[in-house]
Design a protein around this ligand. Structure first.
Ligand code: ZN
Length: 237
């Protein structure tokens, strides 16, 4: 059953109410959610469900379900199971998610500083990385850090843009990430726009203004294979 993805229109929702529609061995499905399921390199959200009794249930991870746009909220083994039809108050681990949003948006900015095909990526709460198909001699930590932070300091508002599959097909240059093609089949593709800096298909959660990233530092640059030169970053402060 598809879940209404509230984070798609508002990544800043920290709480919401939702109804339980399925309980199975992988976890809990709701009619709507603020929890982002792991995907596009971004880690799944954690947080809590609060029952009407006040009892709290810890959500340890969020993953995509089997059906299109369905979301499964994972619980620990010993956690109580809510019942189908029950109304829950969802509470996100906001500090963790906000760090993910800042780092995720920082990767969009960095992908405009390192101009090369992206062959992989990952976003964890404490660090994020992109892999590039590029010669190692082209990657200078100091330059990447300086130029990424200079762009961040421009304080540009981000925008979500939807285009049709046909428009996407007509603009293949939008796809930087060779390993991940944007999801098809829904008739439209979601893009993240940082006007004047970056425009690319992305289903993840981003900050409203790139100034919110603060600043980043390059943790390391290393080769993970001929087409995977890895640049890892973290937030400063
Ligand atoms: Zn993104």
């Amino acid at each position: 059953m598809p879940t209404e993805l509230l984070f798609r229109d508002d990544a800043y929702l920290k709480t919401a109410t939702a109804r339980v529609v399925a309980v199975h061995e992988r976890g809990i499905e709701l009619d709507r959610t603020i929890f982002y399921p792991q995907g596009g390199g971004q880690a799944g959200d954690t947080g809590t469900f609060m029952r009407e009794s006040g009892e709290r249930i810890v959500v340890t991870d969020t993953r995509k379900g089997d059906a299109f746009d369905s979301v499964v909220h994972a619980l620990s083994l010993e956690a109580p199971r809510p019942e189908v039809g029950e109304t829950l108050t969802l509470e996100l681990d906001w500090a963790r998610r906000h760090a993910l949003m800042r780092l995720h948006t920082a990767l969009h900015v960095m992908s405009c500083v390192v101009v090369a095909p992206v062959t992989g990526g990952n976003i964890a709460p404490d660090k994020a990385r992109l892999d590039f198909d590029i010669d190692m001699s082209m990657l200078d930590a100091g330059r990447i850090e300086r130029e990424t932070n200079a762009l961040i300091a421009r304080g540009i508002r981000t925008e979500t843009v939807w285009i049709t599959d046909e428009e996407m097909d007509a603009r293949p240059e939008l796809v930087k990430t060779m390993s991940v093609q944007p999801p098809r089949g829904a008739g439209r593709v979601r893009l993240l726009s940082i006007p004047g800096v970056d425009l690319q298909p992305c289903g993840g959660t981003h900050v409203a203004n790139i100034a919110e990233i603060g600043a980043v530092r390059v943790l390391k640059i290393r080769s993970e294979g001929r087409r995977n030169r890895r640049v890892e970053i973290a937030l400063v402060g």
